[in-house]
Design a protein around this ligand. Sequence first.
Ligand code: 5GP
Length: 190
Amino acid sequence: MSKGKLIVFSAPSGSGKTTIVRHLLLKEELNLEFSISATSRAKRGEEVDSKDYYFLDVQEFKNKIKHDEFLEWEEVYRDNFYGTLKAEVERIWAKGKHVIFDIDVSGGLRIKRKFPEQTLSIFVKPPSIDELKIRLKKRKTETDDKINMRIAKASAELATAPLFDKVVLNEHLENALIESYDLVSNFIKE
Ligand code: 5GP
């Protein structure tokens, strides 16, 4: 395999995309490797450099933008940059593997636009905004203000679902896992 495929999972936060991506990474036959993003935000808690993210300072990040080293990047909050390095995708392809992304909606769509044939873009849809609210509250990781911010963002993100190749409804996790597995498995056989 000279060039592998790109599998993008995007969704509003709380939709369960990370659970789905982790599940697929355990399936050896799919031959997937996780794309580690670069970020200029500070390391949180137990995060490990070059495992969770490539942590760069703002200047390093901007230099890489200038040298066209990113496949896509975004300034999510002021001075908090996030992006996918071209070298990361090359690293995974060089191992003969397919790349899987757990990335936000706009980053996911940009990757699809750059590699339309090689990319399968999947939008993970929560059953409803109310259900999303319940799930985010259950996580207990954020304040009410932050949850409300995420909900507002989620409504805008939900509107982008039709731009993706496939939409997986995550109402019952077991079904969403099977559906996602089948989509990825068929796509990498193409
Ligand atoms: P967090 O700081 O919680 O790890 O991530 C914040 C946001 O940045 C999330 O919405 C996440 O999906 C997004 N993000 C993470 N990596 C990338 C990336 O490589 N590119 C883009 N565009 N967004 C990313």
